[in-house]
Design a protein around this ligand. Structure first.
Ligand code: CTP
Length: 399
């Protein structure tokens, strides 16, 4: 959800500043760009070097860099950010924010930011409950800022009560929740197959294909980032999926992939991008097949066609999308597959196009619709191809 977002993290001077390190790591892990503004006092609780190393950006404290006079424009920073997160927010900083006391870069940037602002207060319980602080927090909420409430527990003072800054995970959750609202595919259940299947011959050998799974994983990531609930059923691949909105299910054979897909057939949208084996050995040798001087014959039987099965049971609210990788008569073959498998559209890639198909990081696709309409796309990265496919899905689901 947060991937690609620009997050401006404001740290003010409280003991909870140490948690800003964990928060920055989590944000970077989610694929965000993080810039950090610290107040003078914050530097006494956590070093700028720590924060610069974790955020991979220089730390901003002053209005200008005292060494070279470079201007740190609060206006530009405010425009750059998709979200400003102030964690920890002390009573002092919140007081300044509520009253427009712009005597440091953090508060000045806050006042010029147009993005949503998240505030994670931290302080001692009596300070937290003081009417002056309560009034400031209420004012900040009335201005549309999002408060991430502190937790109760043992405080740095030794007292027990409300005032512990929310944990980094809770802050990231609040950001995710905010950005997942109003997303185009929010609430949709999407089933995606990816990668090859391995059909065992004996305990050490299999029949497989060159599919890397990159296209299916890029689709899972893109579609999850648009708010969908994605189940990714993958064959054996060497890729990680770091998107927490994707439920990854590992399978090996066509039969396992089929069974998992049937279990998840209550989808709104299914995208069959896996290169599923059409044939599998009739029997799997229990022990390693030893060589001898004769030819070896392996009898193969047909696997079940997942896309065709889902096409048979599909209802009118479900969208089923296939992939076709062809070497000749590309359009004709792809159109036949739409009919045969009852697909809503098919994504065609031709092995004749340089940079398209297996193992590459790029792909060149044509979307072919049921009524034979061809929509060709340029050669581009699989991430961008995933965006094109997701855009097309959005178009037909929001009709
Ligand atoms: N497919 C599937 N299950 C199978 C075979 C294919 O779900 N057992 C899906 C693929 O994921 C793809 C579409 O069907 O979305 C077309 O796959 P493809 O291999 O091109 O088609 P086949 O019907 O197997 O035809 P052929 O291999 O003869 O071209």
């Amino acid at each position: 959800m947060l991937k690609g977002k620009n997050i401006l993290l404001g740290i003010s001077g409280g003991i909870a500043a140490y948690k800003a390190a964990g928060l920055t790591r989590l944000l970077v892990k989610q694929g965000t760009s993080v810039k950090v503004i610290m107040t003078e006092k914050a530097k006494e609780f956590i070093t700028p070097l720590t924060m610069a190393t974790l955020s991979k950006n220089p730390i901003l404290v002053d209005f200008y860099n005292p060494e070279n006079g470079d201007w740190n424009s609060h206006v530009d920073l405010g425009l750059w950010a998709d979200a400003l997160v102030i964690a920890p927010a002390t009573a002092n900083t919140m007081g300044k924010m509520a009253n427009a006391i712009a005597d440091n870069l953090l508060v000045t940037t806050y006042l010029s930011a147009r993005c949503p602002v998240f505030i994670a207060p931290t302080m001692d319980l009596d300070m937290y409950k003081h009417p002056a602080n309560e009034k400031n927090m209420k004012t900040l909420e009335e201005y549309g800022n999002i408060m991430i409430e502190p937790n109760s527990g043992e405080l740095a003072s030794g007292l027990v009560g409300k005032g512990r800054m929310a944990e980094p995970e809770e802050i990231v959750d609040a950001l995710n929740k905010y950005f997942s609202k109003n997303l185009s595919l929010s609430g949709k259940k999407v089933l995606i197959t990816a990668g090859p299947t391995h059909e065992a011959i004996d305990p050490v050998r299999f029949i497989g294909n060159h599919s890397s799974g990159k296209m299916g994983f890029a689709l899972a990531d893109e579609i999850a980032n648009r708010g969908a609930n994605v189940t990714l059923i993958t064959g054996p691949v060497n890729i990680n999926c770091n998107n927490s909105a994707v439920n990854r299910i590992n399978t090996i054979s066509a039969e396992q992939m089929f069974n998992e897909c049937i279990k998840h057939s209550d989808y709104d949208i299914a995208i069959m991008s896996a290169a599923v084996a059409d044939y599998t050995p009739e029997t799997i040798a229990q022990k390693k097949v030893k060589k001898n001087d004769n030819e070896l014959e392996i009898k193969l039987k047909r696997t079940k066609d997942i896309a065709a099965e889902l096409g048979k049971t599909k209802n009118s609210n479900q969208i089923l999308i296939g992939f076709a990788l062809e070497t000749d008569n590309e359009t004709e073959n792809a159109v036949k597959k739409i009919e045969k498998k009852n697909l809503d559209f098919i994504v065609l890639n031709s092995l004749n196009d340089k940079g398209a198909g297996f193992k590459t990081d790029t792909n060149k696709i044509t979307i072919i619709t049921r009524n034979g309409h061809n929509i060709p796309f340029e050669l581009k990265s699989k991430q961008k191809v995933a965006c094109d496919i997701a855009d097309y899905i959005e178009k037909i689901t929001n009709k």
